[in-house]
Design a protein around this ligand. Structure first.
Ligand code: TYD
Ligand code: MG
Length: 481
């Protein structure tokens, strides 16, 4: 055909910088800019990416999500709307996943499940797929389709078998081509679509390989249009990439309706599912699971996952104290471990507590409570890789250090809540009653809190637990050791 003007396109990210550069100004790849000539009557599928991709997707999906016009307030129906109805998810892990989603899966929503490779995203979504497939009050009768761009259907099938998932209403498909996926599932009119992962799928017409920013964004947008137009919910897996956020779930957060992140330490079997964005509900939710041989299971006592095994032994060790912290809507009891070694070179080794925070607590213990830590090496650790960010944990850190230094164990069933000021005074922290109640429910017999917080509690006895208010560190030391 007749040619118009020459231009440049990056074969990695699809960027069109308008002139030649040695490295792409958008994605910094070297030598990926290729010339292309846009002609009016022929479209080059390899390079003229955007146009082709859009025309293919547009061929059976409307470009605009909703066709609407301004309407008078009084004409707008209120009360129950389409987002109030959710697909309930229960069974395999109780209602844990429903809760994180804000009460269930909203039809037509696009949900992104992000996390490090290997954390358990595929496992979770296979289980969610099985749960969705079994919901029988669902209006849509079709199957759930689980599409993987990473594994063959045999591999997924084997995994499902090991996890004792055996529903016929779950279809597996292996493909990386978004248009192919959408075309193939169309005749099934599925009740839900799962795509694992967004980094492995691509749009045919777009330049660049699967996983680059442009592909990841456009594929997500295409799936969003699909979800909105068909009212079929779509769940996407997104790997958090090594380099941080490039082409990872971060760039997609504003496109999708809800974002859940899965977290877990390598050496712990616990997995946290955190809602960081939810267009249809609260983000103050946290799900707690445990990875087992047969997939993820809900944890029955999630408050206690950051306590070490010693809490069930009879032996009592020195240098251990329990803090009470809040995360999302949950309360966690977190074990702090301290080790003071006298007569050594004064090493500080801190894990899970900010170094500046540890320094401050140690300084206050020396100056305001008379604990002679001067010639000690001090090691601090928070169990299971938990990062202590709340000031509410200060008092437990101080108590753990004192216990190790004095070589007196803290009796079992004692928890600490409180912030430490520079004068050694104990200060109030938010949601005292919620924390104290959580500790009492777990059968603890004593909870040490700042004296100033007593008023906010109303009572000093909770289910057989005594609450003890202390003005400062000295008082705490006197009453515990
Ligand atoms: P996977 O879901 O594949 O992680 P992701 O999709 O986030 O990359 O799970 C990874 C790990 O979980 C893998 O090392 C094996 C383990 N696992 C179990 O312990 N139990 C199970 O039932 C399954 C399916 C996996
Ligand atoms: Mg996976």
């Amino acid at each position: 055909g007749k040619t118009a003007k020459a231009s440049w396109v990056c074969t990695n990210c699809g960027g069109t910088p308008g002139q030649w550069w040695g490295s792409c100004p958008y994605c910094q790849s070297m030598g990926t800019l290729k010339p292309f000539v846009a002609s009016e009557d022929s479209v080059d599928g390899q390079t003229n990416g955007m146009k082709v991709a859009e025309s293919v997707v547009r061929s059976w999906l409307p470009e605009k999500l909703v066709v609407s016009e301004p309407r008078s307030l009084t004409e707008v129906s209120y009360g129950m709307n389409q987002h109030d109805w959710r697909i309930p998810l229960s069974g395999l892990f109780g209602t844990e996943i429903s809760r994180v989603l804000g009460g269930g899966l909203v039809p037509g929503s696009l949900v992104l499940v992000g996390g490090d490779p290997g954390v358990g995203k595929s496992t979770l979504l296979l289980q969610v797929a099985a749960m969705l497939a079994e919901v029988d009050i669902y209006v849509q009768r079709g199957p759930v389709v689980y599409v993987s761009g990473e594994e063959s259907i045999e591999q997924i099938g084997n995994r499902a078998h090991r996890m004792r998932i055996g529903t016929s209403n779950l279809y597996l498909y292996s493909s990386t081509d978004v248009e192919d996926i959408l075309e193939k599932i169309h005749p099934l009119s599925p009740r839900a679509l799962i795509v694992d992962s967004i980094q492995t799928v691509y749009l045919r017409g777009l330049a660049g390989s699967a996983g680059n920013v442009q592909q990841v964004k456009e594929c997500t947008s295409a799936l969003l249009r699909f979800a909105k137009q068909t009212n079929i919910p779509v769940l996407l897996v997104g790997h958090v990439t090594k380099s941080g956020d490039i082409a990872g779930p971060r760039v997609l957060e504003h496109i999708v309706d809800a974002v859940l992140y899965m977290e877990g330490e390598r050496y712990s079997s616990h997995r946290l599912l955190r809602s960081v964005k939810n267009r249809f509900g609260s983000t103050d939710e946290l799900g707690v699971f445990e990875m087992s041989q047969i997939g993820l299971q809900a944890v029955s006592n999630p408050s206690e996952i950051f306590l070490s095994e010693h809490h069930s032994d009879s032996e009592i060790l020195t240098g251990l104290a329990v803090a009470v912290v809040l995360d999302g809507s949950r309360t966690f009891l977190v074990e702090i471990q301290a080790l003071c070694v006298s007569g050594s070179t004064g090493i500080r080794n801190v894990n899970g507590v900010k170094e500046s925070k540890a320094d401050l607590i140690i300084a206050v213990l020396m100056k305001q409570a008379g604990i002679k830590l001067q010639d000690n090496s001090i090691f601090l650790n928070v169990v299971s890789g938990f990062q202590l960010t709340e000031t509410a944990g200060d008092l437990a850190v101080a108590a753990a250090i004192c216990s190790s230094f004095l070589e007196i164990p803290i009796p079992k069933g004692v928890a600490f809540i409180g912030e430490i000021g520079l004068g050694g005074e104990l200060r109030m922290v938010p949601q005292m009653d919620k924390r104290v109640n959580a500790v009492a429910k777990l059968g603890y017999n004593k909870c040490i809190i700042p004296k100033v917080a007593e008023k906010s509690l109303g009572a000093l006895h909770f289910d057989g637990m005594t609450v003890l208010g202390c003005r400062n560190l000295k008082e705490m030391i006197r009453s515990v050791f």
